[in-house]
Design a protein around this ligand. Structure first.
Ligand code: FES
Ligand code: FES
Length: 150
């Protein structure tokens, strides 16, 4: 049994401690906004925050996150107000098919927390998420817009 706090709510999870966090979120907790892409920490579709840090949940076992605070895309907006990254994404029409986008947004939200005004180099180094629709230019524009907003 592992105790997790997910989007501010306490959960007791009773599965094999080696189960990847991604599957705990999707199968046990029912939060399907976090996506499965590669399963080997390469694509970023499964990115969530663990104690505020972006992590690829397909490659994090439940045992490594017991007692930690997990935030998923469903918990990014606060009190019905979208996060500034979500707002910038809408303003810049970033998503195409959308599959990679929850992971992309979570990675960007963590980057802006650490570096509120990232350079293009910072963005290239930190945002290594893969988008098969090729939204990378819009992603970069939206990151700068979010960084410039209040
Ligand atoms: S599904 Fe986790 S990085 Fe691709
Ligand atoms: S928007 Fe389609 S994979 Fe990124």
């Amino acid at each position: 049994m592992a105790a997790l706090t997910i989007n501010g709510k306490a959960h007791e999870i009773d599965v094999d401690p080696n189960t990847p966090l991604l599957w705990v979120l999707r199968e046990n907790v029912g939060l399907t906004g976090t996506k499965y892409g590669c399963g080997i920490a390469q694509c970023g579709a499964c990115t969530v925050h663990v104690d505020g840090v972006a992590m690829r949940s397909c490659s994090v076992p439940l045992s490594a996150v017991a007692g930690k605070q997990i935030t998923t895309i469903e918990g990014l907006a606060q009190n019905g107000v979208l996060h500034k990254v979500q707002k910038a994404w809408i303003d810049h029409d970033v998503p195409q098919c959308g599959y990679c986008q929850s992971g992309m947004i979570m990675a960007v939200a963590a980057l802006l927390k650490e570096k509120p005004k990232p350079t293009n180099k910072d963005i290239d180094e930190a945002i290594t998420n893969i988008c098969r629709c090729g939204t990378f230019q819009q992603v970069r524009q939206a990151i700068h817009a979010a960084a410039a907003s209040a």
